[in-house]
Design a protein around this ligand. Structure first.
Ligand SMILES: NC(=O)c1ccc[n+]([C@@H]2O[C@H](COP(=O)([O-])OP(=O)(O)OC[C@H]3O[C@@H](n4cnc5c(N)ncnc54)[C@H](OP(=O)(O)O)[C@@H]3O)[C@@H](O)[C@H]2O)c1
Length: 365
């Protein structure tokens, strides 16, 4: 297919994420709406390993449910911006922009519900029961408070930083399970970097942060200054033996097993967060130490919104994002990828762990 203004979907084979294709979309500029619906045109979105993990766990975690695709294929959810191009909702205007969860497609039809001045929800039947954080769309004021660069930073970093912030908050709430050392796998991922940055502020509490990364990213990870110790995966057994907890962003069974065996009883808690090493995933049985628990940011978002109220929650998380962007401004950069060919190439780069760790990709439709 060509890039000539036709509506298209980027879809991947559920059984083999290395297989992707671009196909004409069933949702186009002329899609008919019923009362209450809106049609948005996807403008730009972020693409990181987080999105690959949505695909790798698409069935188990219901990520394929958001944006249906033909049998055997899936449309990966992404965080980004879209513009309303048709509206049959009295309170939503053509021309306004939304930030939220979109498919890698030209258009999305939304059943607009709970429309408030600052947000609306997609109440489409197939999205019922999925995490509220994914069904909510932020309505952006006509004169956006953010410039294009700040919007791109927001698309890449907000879903990741909010997770880093909430893990730090969770560990603090639990008194770090009595540990003084926090070990992070995929230390070069933005979610780990955000957590390392937050934890580095706890040095006075005696918390030390250990990063595990690939040999190629070691120098970069060290250069951030947020880790007290940085080891390549080959050197896991050299990690200082101390009461520790493990936050697993990589999801590699081999890495998790080696951490549990190395620390044994000194491992006080083991938290599974991500699957950047998605091809090394699986189930590990008979691990020494604590049973790994799963962390799901959208659940913690619901909890902290209730505990703190929405305003306070937004102020704290937006404050953290702003601070992180400033702290990372010396190295973090956005790289834009435009059009079908570049998007397909950049998808493969992220899938294979080839996006440089100091970059965030933005795909332009
Ligand atoms: N549970 C939740 O609620 C939640 C919420 C947000 C994010 N997450 C998870 O956090 C993880 C990090 O996401 P991110 O977007 O921050 O990542 P990212 O910045 O795109 O991370 C890139 C890094 O991941 C590793 N990597 C990526 N693909 C790889 C591959 N094919 N083979 C080997 N290593 C690979 C490499 O790090 P190393 O060389 O350092 O290993 C690479 O530098 C994701 O798995 C995501 O799902 C979970």
């Amino acid at each position: 297919m060509s890039d000539t203004g036709m509506a298209w979907d980027f879809q991947v084979s559920k059984g083999d994420l290395h297989k992707s294709e671009i196909v004409p979309s069933a949702t186009t500029a002329d899609t008919e709406l019923k009362d209450g619906d809106i049609l948005v045109k996807v403008e730009r979105f972020a693409f990181t390993s987080n999105n690959i993990t949505y695909a790798a766990y698409g069935d188990a975690m219901k990520y394929w449910t958001f944006f249906p695709a033909p049998e055997g294929w899936g449309r990966i959810p992404v965080w980004g911006y879209a513009q309303v191009v048709q509206s049959k909702h009295p309170d939503v205007n053509v021309g306004e922009r939304l930030f939220g969860y979109f498919p890698m497609s030209s258009y999305l039809k939304i059943e607009a519900s709970r429309v408030k001045p600052d947000a609306l929800v997609d109440a489409s039947a197939h999205r019922a029961g999925l995490a509220p954080a994914y069904n909510k769309y932020t309505r952006l004021p006509a004169a956006s408070a953010l410039d294009a660069r700040a919007e791109d930073n927001n698309a890449v970093l907000w879903p990741l930083l909010i997770t880093s912030f909430l893990i730090d908050d969770f560990l603090d709430e639990k008194g770090f399970f009595g540990a003084k050392r926090v070990i992070l796998s995929s230390a070069s991922s933005k979610t780990s970097l955000g957590l390392a940055w937050a934890l580095a502020k706890r040095r006075a509490q005696g918390i030390k942060v250990v990063g595990l990364t690939s040999a190629a990213s070691r120098d970069f990870v060290k250069s951030t200054g947020w880790y007290d110790e940085v080891l390549s995966y080959d050197d896991i057994e050299k990690a200082t033996l101390d009461d520790a907890l493990f936050v697993d962003m990589a999801g590699s069974i081999e890495t998790r097993s080696r951490i549990h065996h190395h620390f044994g009883d000194k491992l006080k808690f083991s938290l599974v967060v991500g699957g950047t090493h998605w091809e090394e995933g699986g189930r590990a049985s008979d691990l020494p130490g604590p049973h790994p628990e799963f962390f799901f940011a959208p659940d913690r978002i619901v909890k902290r919104n209730k505990d703190w109220g929405r305003e306070e929650f937004d102020a704290r998380t937006q404050g953290a994002l702003k601070e992180f962007v400033t702290a990372a401004s010396g190295w973090f950069g956005i790289e834009e990828k435009k059009g079908q060919a570049e998007i397909a190439k950049a998808y493969a780069a992220v899938l294979n762990g080839k996006c440089p760790p100091d970059k965030g990709y933005i795909f332009l439709m």
